[in-house]
Ligand binder design. Structure first.
Ligand code: NAD
Length: 443
């Protein structure tokens, strides 16, 4: 099939590439000319395992193209995907300006039946707005071109995006047109072979499904962070509690890790946007407000522990920070807990030596000029001249460090483990003070 994708970010680039991989002819459009130029030079602007190779192969096969030109791209696509950003507005609701710009552009250029597929995470009712924007442009052109708008929210996880896209757990499709449903079913057939993954529903339910999924996951994290804070107060170890409750199959072990707060481009904005949507419809979503409030506080947690350890005086201290990305296997630092921590440490007069396997270039883009930040090429370089080590992202390479070397290098050996990846007694046995999240101990 001939496919057009608007947006070459984490979702658009991965989706376009995976659709090309199964034989479709894909054009990806982005307004960011520099990004398109890099892609056309064979450079991948994001770190996503397996993506480089797939983009290279599909470009070489002539099935994957990148452009800034909307008009020919819309003429190309039998299906046009919207995969542009929906960042938070000033009040936390989703900013739909990019989505609606694309919708208007589709209305200005379509010439024959087109299925418009919305992949961006958008509030309930957005498909109606996209439809209205396209119709308004067609009216201006005096044309009556048939089209359908369907909702097909994306569930890929950064760091696993290629795998998630090629082997999705489920394909949510919100649609009310038989013609569009058949087209989407045919498109996804290669990803849906060994068992049925396509869940068909009405458009509004599909739009809400995406927010409900992210809100549920964010709730699990904030719930565990709340339990961790209680554990600390009462002298219990949240890691034992986690294993204890996860053994109940109704609860399960996944996504119940306490930590330094959730970040990324999705959970914070989606929880807020859903709460704002509910409010706009006259409903006060109390659980969502609490999930967000707990997370905001949790992002202060590491700083509070560090400040307390150093008697409230961080001026002139140097802190080694391992992990900048909001989670492992990505270079994405949007809403990352590391960012709040960096800014708090600098405000308190501390300097930071930071290491991250993939997010250093992103940190340099965000903070390259900051005198309080030294980006290191190796985890051990970050420890040099540092007073303390803080684990912010649980990259695999941090899990079994040389504690002897850490002790010998740090000025006053102490680890703040924002992801509970170490066993406190192991660290303490190496002569290093240890702080985790919710690791009060009564034994
Ligand atoms: P992103 O910021 O990485 O990429 C968005 C891209 O859209 C950018 O390259 C931007 O230049 C481009 N763009 C903006 N306006 C445009 C226009 N008018 N025409 C063409 N391109 C335009 O965003 P993302 O992380 O890929 O997320 C996209 C959407 O998917 C969001 O709604 C997000 O909530 C949702 N989503 C993201 C993830 C994720 O893990 N990142 C997962 C599921 C869903």
């Amino acid at each position: 099939m001939r496919i057009t994708i608007f947006g070459t970010g984490y979702v658009g680039l991965v989706t376009g590439t995976c659709l090309a991989e199964v034989g479709n002819d894909v054009i990806c459009v982005d307004v960011d000319a520099a990004k398109v130029a890099r892609l056309n030079d064979g450079e991948i602007p994001i770190f996503e395992p397996g993506l480089d190779e797939l983009v290279r192969d599909n470009r070489a096969a002539g099935r994957l193209h990148f452009t800034t030109a909307a008009e020919p791209a819309i003429a190309h696509g039998q299906m046009v995907f919207i995969a542009v950003g929906t960042p938070p507005d000033e009040d936390g609701s989703a900013d739909l300006s990019h989505v609606l710009t694309v919708a208007r552009s589709i209305g200005q250029h379509i010439t024959r039946y087109t299925v418009v597929v919305n992949k961006s995470t958008v509030p309930v009712g957005t498909a109606d707005r996209v439809r209205a924007a396209i119709s308004a442009e067609l009216l201006i052109r005096g044309l009556d071109v048939p089209f359908d708008v369907v909702s097909n929210p994306e569930f890929l996880k950064e760091g696993d995006a290629v795998k998630d896209c090629l082997r999705p757990d489920r394909i949510i499709l919100g649609a009310d047109s038989a013609r569009a449903i058949e087209a989407i079913k045919a498109l996804y057939a290669p990803f849906n072979r060994n068992h049925e993954r396509l869940v068909l529903m009405d458009v509004r339910s599909a739009e809400l499904t995406k927010y409900a999924a992210n809100a549920m996951l964010a709730t699990k994290i904030s719930f565990m962070n709340e339990m961790a804070n209680i554990a600390e107060h009462v002298g219990a170890d949240i890691e034992l509690v986690r294993i204890g409750i996860g053994s109940d199959p109704r609860i399960g072990y996944s996504f119940i890790y306490p930590g330094a707060g959730y970040g990324g481009s999705c959970f914070p904005k989606d929880v807020q946007a859903l709460e704002r949507t509910a409010r706009a419809h006259g409903y006060n979503a109390r659980v969502l407000s609490a999930v967000e409030a707990v997370n905001v506080d949790q992002k202060d947690k590491l700083f509070v522990l560090i400040e307390r350890h150093f008697g409230g005086d961080l001026a002139g201290k140097t802190i080694a920070l391992w992990g900048l990305a909001f989670k492992p296997n990505t270079d994405d630092m949007r809403e990352a807990p590391s960012r709040r921590l960096l800014e708090q440490l600098w405000a308190a007069g501390a300097k930071v030596r930071a290491y991250d396997p993939e997010a250093r270039h992103e940190a340099a883009r965000l903070y390259g000029e900051h005198a309080g930040l030294l980006l290191c090429e190796h985890p051990h370089d970050a420890l040099e001249h540092a007073d303390a080590l803080v684990i912010v992202t649980e990259w695999k390479e941090f899990w079994s460090p040389d504690f002897e070397r850490i002790k010998a290098t740090l000025k006053s050996p102490v680890i703040f483990d924002g992801r509970n990846i170490y066993e406190p007694r192991t660290v303490e046995a190496a002569g290093i003070a240890y702080y985790g999240i919710g690791r009060g101990r009564s034994l």
